[in-house]
Design a protein. Structure first.
Length: 156
C-alpha cells in the first residue's frame, strides 16, 4: 500500500464525505430507486451499503485494533449484501439517516484514538499486515468511490 496522507487529512475527508453525502441526498426530489444502467446500484442501494459497511466493517475494524495490538482484521465482501439484504426494497432516506448517525459514531471513535495507536498493526484477512492509519486510508478510498457513484446517479 502506498504511504497514506496524514491522519488529520484523512479524518477531515471522512467527515466531509458524511456531510456532503447527507447534503446532496436530503435535497428535495432525490430519485432513490433509479440507476444509471441495468445492474448498477440505485441511491437506495448505495445508502444501505454505506450504512452497513460503516456499522459492520469500518467500526469493528477500528475497535478490534484499539482493543488488541496485532489483532486479526476480518475481510468483508459487502457488495453481495445488495441482493442478500434486499437493499432495493428498503427506504433510502432512512438508510441515509442511519449512515449519517453511524458516521458520527465513527468520527467520535476516531477522535478518541491516541496518536500512537494510529501505527498499531493488525493482520487483515485480504491485505496482510496493516495499521490503523492504513485502515483509515482504505475507508477514505471506499468513500471516494461511492462519492463518484452518488454524483453519477444524481446527474442522470
Amino acid at each position: 500500500m502506498q504511504e497514506p496522507p496524514p491522519v488529520d487529512t484523512l479524518i477531515a475527508e471522512v467527515k466531509t464525505f458524511g456531510a456532503n453525502t447527507e447534503g446532496v441526498l436530503t435535497r428535495p426530489g432525490v430519485d432513490w430507486k433509479s440507476s444509471t444502467r441495468e445492474g448498477e446500484w440505485s441511491l437506495t442501494e448505495v445508502a444501505c451499503h454505506l450504512r452497513d459497511v460503516e456499522r459492520e466493517v469500518h467500526q469493528p475494524r477500528f475497535k478490534t485494533l484499539i482493543a488488541e495490538d496485532g489483532a486479526f482484521i476480518a475481510g468483508a465482501v459487502a457488495d453481495s449484501w445488495v441482493d442478500e439484504r434486499h437493499y432495493r426494497e428498503q427506504d433510502g432516506a432512512a438508510a441515509l439517516a442511519d449512515f449519517v448517525a453511524a458516521r458520527k459514531e465513527t468520527l467520535d471513535l476516531l477522535g478518541s484514538i491516541d496518536e500512537r495507536l494510529w501505527q498499531r498493526q493488525g493482520q487483515h484477512a485480504f491485505f496482510g499486515p496493516t495499521s490503523m492509519h492504513e485502515l483509515l486510508y482504505l475507508m477514505v478510498q471506499h468513500d471516494q468511490a461511492h462519492w463518484e457513484q452518488i454524483k453519477e446517479l444524481l446527474t442522470m
